[in-house]
Design a protein around this ligand. Structure first.
Ligand SMILES: [Zn+2]
Length: 421
């Protein structure tokens, strides 16, 4: 049994906020802390001066396994997640091969079960993520796919997506959507305004709003639960707000720490390390994303942890792949750019990084309520972390070498410490 004592507990699920104790029983689940005396616990963590929250849940990570394990593996991804305070992660399906059959899903799930954090696997929405034929949605749902998504590639066949929405909604499964109409994306990963300054064309913000308009309307019509992934553009927030007013239980959205921390000007400073899909945009866009998060229009902070090898990111703006790793720095960026700069309440951040993602995807965790899994993150807001190295297999991050506010002190899964600073 584990006792965490004297920490400042923040649990948006129960509304608990204040100094107190949290205990995890032998079954790995949250129990009443006063059921035993301190000497009766197997381990005791003194969390005085620290915050205690439900473990973080990332619903958008790329562990590149199988097929691209020179970038990341289930194991190195799990280590990076634990260092970042994450107790659960959903891996995207754009591996090689894509996760589009029950066999492939079960193979990943088997290996994922050996890691110390909870790793869930999304199913591709279409075979090979080619956007032509749907996967066997019923079989994949029954086999435990966390969600359905062709993340990385937008689904351009609206009729196909509508059928997927109708079928997935039967199982209450979420369809997660990467919204970038390719006809408005010239060079991916660079905002068009920034690209023009450099003499070429980039990715337009309308690429995002066009597809959100189409797919938000279809979700309302079919009753499917959808999550708009990694929002980047100003107009997307009010669009989602209007859909959400009609059916809040269906419409959901993510923002990444990259998009609430950086703007397109990061390209000047970091070059291809700041190239991501959808791209970093302007300060006006960034501020609107923060408003969305503050007002609950955007419900989820998701990392879009996207590892790439060093030589791949050195191929220049045009040729290097898009993506930034994010699991290890996510909480520091939230501390620095949301809590410190914007004075966002900590409970709003914890809701978006833990409770909401767990609820939407039906995962365990996200709550310190009695009987819930003992997944807990203990952290400090006042201490700093220097990101001199990463435990991820890759280090493609503009934040490499930077010192940021916020420090993860312990990550606990099922009552067991899986990371301590
Ligand atoms: Zn994506």
């Amino acid at each position: 049994m584990l006792l965490i004592k004297n920490g400042f507990v923040v649990d948006p699920d129960t509304g608990r906020e204040g100094i107190g104790d949290v205990a995890v029983g032998l079954d790995g689940r949250i129990c009443e802390p006063d059921s035993k005396r301190e000497e009766d616990y197997e381990s005791v963590i003194n969390a005085e001066g620290l915050y205690v929250s439900p473990g973080f849940v990332d619903t958008h990570a790329h562990f590149r396994d199988p097929g691209l394990t020179y970038k990341e593996t289930l194991h190195t991804g799990a280590l990076a997640a634990a260092r970042g305070g994450y107790t659960s992660v959903i891996c995207m399906a754009n591996t090689e091969p894509a996760i589009d059959s029950v066999d492939k899903l079960m193979e990943v799930k088997g290996r994922a079960g050996r890691e110390k954090i909870r790793i869930y696997q999304a199913s591709a929405l279409t075979m090979g993520r080619r956007g032509e034929d749907l996967v066997d949605i019923e079989a994949m749902a029954a086999a435990g796919a966390a969600s359905f998504t062709d993340d990385g590639s937008p689904v351009m066949d609206a009729d196909l997506l509508k059928e997927a929405m109708e079928r997935a909604s039967q199982f209450g499964k979420v369809i997660s959507l990467h919204e970038e109409d390719p006809s408005m994306v010239h060079l991916a990963g660079i905002n068009d305004i920034k690209a023009k300054e450099m003499g070429f064309r980039g990715a337009l913000p309308e690429a995002e709003s066009l597809l959100i308009k189409r797919d938000g309307a279809m979700a309302l019509e079919t009753g499917a639960r959808v999550c708009f992934q990694h929002l980047s553009a100003f107009d997307s927030v009010s669009l989602i707000e209007s859909f959400k007013e009609k059916r809040p239980e269906l419409i959901h959205a993510e923002v990444t720490p990259n998009h609430f921390s950086l703007t397109q000007d990061a390209i000047d400073q970091y070059g291809a390390l700041a190239k991501i899909n959808p791209p970093l945009r302007t300060e006006r866009d960034r501020k609107e994303l923060i408003r969305g998060l503050e007002e609950g229009i955007i419900d989820i902070i998701a990392t879009d942890h996207a590892p790439h090898a060093e030589d791949e990111k050195k191929r220049g703006l045009e040729k290097s792949p898009s993506g930034i790793i994010g699991l290890e720095t996510a909480f520091s960026l939230a501390t620095e750019y949301l809590i410190e700069q914007e004075r966002m309440p900590l409970s709003t951040v914890i809701k978006a990084i833990s409770l909401n993602p767990a609820r939407l995807y039906g995962l365990e965790g996200g709550s310190l309520k009695k009987g819930q899994v003992g997944d807990i993150t203990i952290f400090s807001l006042g201490e700093e972390t220097t990101y001199g190295t990463f435990v991820s297999k890759s280090s493609n991050s503009p934040f490499l070498g930077q010192t940021l506010l916020g420090r993860i002190r312990y990550t606990i899964v099922g009552g067991k410490v899986v990371y301590s600073a």
